[in-house]
Ligand binder design. Structure first.
Ligand SMILES: Cc1cc2nc3c(=O)[nH]c(=O)nc-3n(C[C@H](O)[C@H](O)[C@H](O)COP(=O)(O)OP(=O)(O)OC[C@H]3O[C@@H](n4cnc5c(N)ncnc54)[C@H](O)[C@@H]3O)c2cc1C
Length: 445
């Protein structure tokens, strides 16, 4: 037995863990266990990859083939995005979609159908899958794609590991000239300004905003937008890396050596941080060229930053509401959050583009993600926020969730019932793949 948790350290459970290096080993293991769930790198926040028997995929991590002309990569599902970047950025290729951490596996990226700062241009990760192999409950392997076994493909992308264990995936990397990003930062004084800014940033490949969820009144929603493009080689002319545009200097890695005491983060420390961060960016628009790690993965530079939230752990409340409800809805929900004073400093706002998929989280609209240290008050607040999100036609992101109830899930995910039926049928009534989350939200019982 090992203590296991996902990134929020809430919940922490005792589990039996099993690794595998070949499909045959996995098949044997599946045959010997009643219920299991795949665990990639535990970067979902709640309990989506937790249960008493967990299949660790990280040792199943080989790059299998790469086509230099098309950028088509085939790899095992335990490969991390960071490993792909390490090998392929120096050769001039980048991920089609990346979330705010590169420390996730390809399996986790597909199962949660992760989104990045380019969702409005490129959709989510699943949209880039050309084909994949998935092991089902009986050990058989299904090859699926949007054209082949499409129904099964749709249950796997965004299906949170409940259809089977993803073994291999093929997807296309995008060509880049440099390892750098031309970034523009813009300070917005309130929610209306940042929403205008998103509307005006549609042409940019990447856009995201950090938002101060503690600011009230006229300043509610004050934000800093970061938008970016992959820098062309010619844009590095003045730059120190112009001789080797695809290589980065090794970065300094900081760490949080111990779990903070529960009182360390309070309203005062969070207010001070938010004030300083907002005011560090002067009014107006600023341009710089920065390496891709600073633009996409600033938090990865601080190992174990999740420890700052103390032993009780934390959760990230991430919701999306449709664009039409965006201005009114985001204003209403944000004012309830600021009034509570419970939000912390890591809040991210993004405008998603259209997405057609069976179970995935994104929809055309605004998404807000913010961290909360676990407390009774926070859990009560979430109930209120759930009702507002549902009323505005929105939903919560399963990859960040550790506490949503079954009613909220079935009310807000339009295909929830169909998904549940399909998963029950695939398992012939007795679910093999089950997580604490899938039980809690009523997909597997
Ligand atoms: C700092 C930070 C920033 C983040 N930013 C974003 C963001 O911008 N956008 C975004 O979308 N997400 C974001 N996330 C969430 C993260 O990208 C997802 O939760 C992702 O699924 C984690 O992948 P993982 O490999 O760690 O998988 P885990 O967390 O271990 O598992 C996640 C889910 O995938 C399933 N799974 C894993 N491997 C397999 C497999 N081989 N076969 C079948 N199922 C499998 C698990 O069962 C589970 O349901 C962020 C997380 C962190 C910590």
């Amino acid at each position: 037995m090992r203590k296991m948790s996902d990134w929020g350290n809430y919940p922490v459970i005792d589990a039996e863990v099993f690794g595998f290096e070949t499909p045959e080993e996995l098949k044997t293991r599946l045959g010997s266990l009643d219920k299991v769930i795949a665990y990639g790198n535990g970067r979902s926040y709640g309990d989506a990859s937790l249960q008493e028997n967990m299949l660790l995929t990280r040792r199943f991590n080989k790059l299998l083939s790469f086509d230099e002309t098309t950028g088509e990569l085939c790899c095992q599902a335990g490969v991390m995005l960071s490993e792909i970047l390490e090998v392929f950025v120096p050769r001039g290729w980048f991920l089609p979609v990346t979330p705010g951490t590169k420390l996730i596996t390809v399996g986790g990226a597909i199962a949660a159908d992760v989104h990045g700062k380019n969702h409005h241009k490129e959709g989510a990760f699943g949209q880039h899958i050309i084909s994949m192999d998935v092991m089902r409950n009986d050990g058989s392997i299904v090859t699926c794609s949007p054209l082949e076994n499409a129904d099964f493909f749709n249950l796997t992308v965004g299906g949170m590991g409940l259809a089977g264990v993803i073994l291999h995936a093929t997807f296309r990397l995008h060509p880049i000239e440099t390892a750098y990003i031309r970034e523009e930062t813009i300070r917005a004084a309130n929610l209306a300004e940042i929403m205008d800014c998103f509307e005006a940033s549609d042409d940019w490949t990447y856009s995201v905003a950090w938002i101060d969820c503690l600011a009230k009144g006229d300043a509610m929603g004050r934000s800093i937008m970061m938008r970016g493009e992959h820098a062309r080689a010619a844009e590095l002319v003045q730059h120190f890396r112009k001789g080797a545009p695809l290589n980065l200097k090794p970065g300094l890695k900081l760490g949080v050596p111990v779990t903070f005491p529960n009182f360390a983060l309070n309203k005062l420390t969070m207010n001070a941080f938010n004030f300083a961060y907002y005011n560090k960016c002067r009014p107006g628009t600023h341009t710089r060229v920065c390496d891709y790690n600073s633009f996409f993965y600033p938090l990865d530079a601080i190992a174990n930053w999740n420890r700052i939230y103390g032993t009780r752990g934390f959760t990230q409340y991430q919701f999306v509401i449709p664009k039409a409800a965006g201005r009114e809805g985001m204003g209403t929900i944000l004012s309830r959050i600021t009034e509570s004073g419970l939000g912390s400093f890591l809040a991210v706002l993004k405008l998603f583009g259209e997405q057609q998929s069976f179970m995935s989280f994104p929809m055309a609209g605004y998404t807000l993600a913010l961290d909360f240290p676990i407390s009774l008050k926070a859990l009560e607040l979430f109930k209120e926020l759930d009702a507002m999100v549902a009323d505005f036609g929105g939903r919560l992101y399963l990859a960040k969730d550790s506490r949503m109830d079954a009613e909220m899930f079935s009310k807000t995910y339009p295909n929830a019932d169909e998904f549940k039926q399909a998963i029950t049928m695939l398992n012939e009534g007795a679910p093999k793949f089950e997580s604490l989350q899938s039980k809690r939200i009523g997909i597997t019982e």
